[in-house]
Design a binder for this molecule. Structure first.
Ligand code: NAP
Length: 471
């Protein structure tokens, strides 16, 4: 595919091969963008932002609504692109494509809702004859940088709100998975988005990222990816707004009144979908002593039913990891945990880019498999004796993106909600759950700012305060 730059589709002699994580075959190629291309993108986006600022909310709504309809019509095609470049099973690709269209539909609605506020200034002492109100305006140029694991869905969480808010956006998708983003941009342009207002530059983040993120013409960066790259971007960004959607090692607390079979089903879905490569994957199960054994039995039996193979084959339940180096890293972390005294109950074998779904029990909190982000198909289980210990352990991390508890006890559930430091809190489900309209984002080193079209539009607009001094 070509990249969308300067308002047109552009090719380059230098290419990047997009490889299937399943068999290493070349799915497609994309141009290898460089810092000069970023300059072109910025100059074009300046024009795009001016065009967008002249459009009415209803015009922006109409474009986004059309994009969403086109996405729904081409959902199967989008799902297959996702699966071929990312390696998740087709069933998950289909869910991602459906949700992506919904995000754009939600964004379309937000295009009509850039509300301001009347401020009752006479509430301040001695103030009379003044009329004050706020107006919300687009921030101008948005840079949207996205990771490999949801190559369409997460791009929609950036492009949809940016266009709804009246901005121009420059997308920088992950080098492993740029095809879904390029396909999305095709649909945006076809639906009538001014071509200067949506660009997609393909190329290595390490080579083009700084040119994009440090430039003062960019007024807002919305980044989803790893903690370390996020921190680097914050350093180079300077004085501009940033939203950071970063990683996690999400905990799931299991209290003794929970149903072990129900928890096992949720933990399996939550820990192993997309081969564990989800920012809110359940990584650390913290189970009460009185349910520990029963839960492990049920969990093992569920996890052993996950078949691995070609993600395009319908019966396959789990695909490969994105890169072989990641499969090696996960299997090394599993081995280190075993060497440190954890028990490998099932899985953990590496075959090329696959790691078979692994459960480790007796995991100690200071093991790497517990305290760093695994981002792979391995779940560790640790035993605790009461709710205090469970909450302390859940919080014993620099991350805070998603956390869960299984219990029927409202006091335990409420303590969990109040005391666990996490942006998303699930009671009686696993950590991996998201509705795209909710305010979604992490605490601590899992990031800052919220996504979900309503909230992202807020973060992609500026508030101006106007005061009429009346005679
Ligand atoms: P990553 O390595 O951090 O890459 C994310 C994006 O940043 C890619 O587009 C990458 O480009 C780009 N990038 C790399 N260096 C850059 C630089 N110096 N300046 C600007 N951009 C740069 O993350 P990943 O491996 O793709 O994704 C996995 C991570 O994303 C995990 O930590 C996961 O938890 C996190 N994540 C978080 C959420 C959330 O909502 N909180 C959702 C999904 C994933 P290249 O591909 O060219 O390197």
């Amino acid at each position: 595919m070509r990249m969308h730059l300067g308002g047109e589709w552009v090719d380059k002699s230098q290419k990047i091969e997009v490889l299937s994580p399943y068999d290493g075959s070349v799915v497609d190629t994309v141009p290898k963008g460089d810092a000069n291309d970023i300059e072109t993108a910025l100059q074009t986006a300046e024009r795009g932002a001016k065009i967008m600022a002249q459009m009415t909310g209803f015009e922006r709504y109409e474009i986004l609504h059309k994009v969403s309809e086109m996405m729904a019509e081409r959902s199967e095609e989008l799902a297959r692109i996702i699966t071929m470049e990312e390696g998740k099973i087709l069933a998950e690709g289909r869910i991602e494509a459906t949700r992506a269209a919904e995000i754009i539909a939600l964004s379309a609605e937000e295009a009509k809702r850039l509300y301001g506020e009347v401020i009752p200034l006479e509430g301040a002492p001695g103030v009379e004859g003044k009329f004050g109100f706020t107006v919300r305006v687009p921030c101008g140029i948005v840079a949207g940088i996205s990771p490999f694991n949801f190559p369409l869905h997460l791009v929609c969480h950036k492009a949809g709100p940016a266009i709804a808010a009246g901005n121009a956006i420059i997308l920088k998708p992950a080098t492993d998975t740029p095809l879904s983003a390029l396909k999305l941009v095709e649909l945006f342009v076809e639906a009538g988005t001014p071509p200067e207002a949506i660009q997609c530059v393909t190329g290595a983040g390490s080579e083009i990222g700084d040119a994009l993120c440090s430039d003062s013409r960019v007024r807002k960066i919305t980044f989803t990816g790893s903690r370390d790259i996020g921190e680097h971007i914050c350093h180079v960004a300077g004085l501009k707004r940033v939203t950071m959607e970063l990683g996690s090692n999400s905990p799931l607390i299991v209290m003794p009144d929970a149903d072990p079979e129900k928890v096992a089903k949720a933990a399996t879905m939550s820990g192993f979908s997309n081969a564990g490569q989800v920012c809110i994957s359940t990584q650390r199960v913290i189970a009460h002593d009185r349910i520990y054994g029963d839960f492990l039995d049920a969990f093992k039996s569920e996890v052993e039913q996950i078949s691995i193979g070609d993600p395009l084959d319908e019966p396959t339940k789990m695909g490969p990891m994105i890169r072989e180096s990641d499969a090696s890293r996960v299997s090394e972390w599993i081995q280190d945990a075993v060497n440190g005294g954890a028990k490998l109950l099932t899985g953990g074998e590496k075959h090329d880019q696959f790691v078979t779904p692994a459960i480790l029990s007796d995991v100690k909190p200071d093991m790497q498999i517990s305290c760093d982000e695994v981002f792979g198909p391995a779940v560790g289980v640790t035993r605790v004796n009461d709710i205090d210990e469970a909450i302390t352990l859940a919080n014993d991390t620099n991350y805070g993106l998603s956390a869960a508890i299984f219990t029927e006890n409202i006091n335990w559930a409420m303590r969990f909600v109040r005391e666990v430091d996490s942006g998303n809190l699930m009671v009686n489900w696993g950590t991996q759950w998201r509705a795209d309209l909710m305010p979604y984002g992490g605490l601590k080193e899992s990031g800052m700012g919220k996504e979900g079209p309503k909230y992202a539009v807020e973060e992609m607009t500026e508030t101006k305060m106007a005061i009429f001094h009346l005679s």
